[in-house]
Design a protein around this ligand. Sequence first.
Ligand code: DGL
Length: 275
Amino acid sequence: MPNLNMNDNKQLPIGVFDSGLGGLTVVKELSKILPKENLIYVGDTARVPYGTKSPDIIRRYAQQIAFFLLQKRAKMIVVACNTASAVALKTLRGLPVPVVGVIDPGARAAILSTVTMRVGVIGTPATVASHAYKKAIRKYSSRAKVWEKPCPLFVPLVEEGWLTHPLTKKIAEEYLRPFISKKLDTLVLGCTHYPLLKETLSSVMGKKVALIDSAFETAREVKQLLEKNNLLNASSKKGKLTFFATDRPHSFSRLAQQFLGRRSIQAKRLTFDSI
Ligand code: DGL
């Protein structure tokens, strides 16, 4: 377990996880604003999607991955998954390192964006059922009107790489139709997979609706927290990115390379003995 007072802890990695590829949207922002940090990413591709599972199971998966990251001496854990943030963050906050989720940063970004205070939220069934976004947005402004909608098919479409496929657009039109009459000015992409569908979602919602993805705000919060805990890596070298996938590491690596624009990604296989 890392001792947060030791100087060499600054060199320790930040652990980041998601059910699959979605959390790479957060990795991308983290590498931009914290290029010296070492990152270890876990994509739980054997058990994706999380969003259609029950809170108990999601909490167990999240704890298992968090323990793995602690074994790898993570100095901080970023839950780059809205579903796990919605149902498991309280449990994970009992860990001996700082833990950051994506929902609060996303809600803050939504409030900064909206002028009309009419906000839509799309997410996995588990995230929407938890109303975590509605609560977080209304904590920042009780005037905000929030409509939520689960979009369970989006995650498998992203994992399949169908980001701009005509069928993806048809499904998006079907899911987003109820929002059109609500005259939203802001739509929160309440799942870290959804920013990969930004082009398709924006073509359906129109240019006047701002699409909020929590990745940037989350990365900013991570930076602030590292500064506050005196954990910023001051090394002169670029940080190392290490990837693990719980299934099909080759296909994960291929899609991760495309998304992050790096040729060198070779995810290692991670297996858990039991759930
Ligand atoms: N990317 C995740 C999220 O932000 C999980 C999606 C899923 O596995 O259902 O919710």
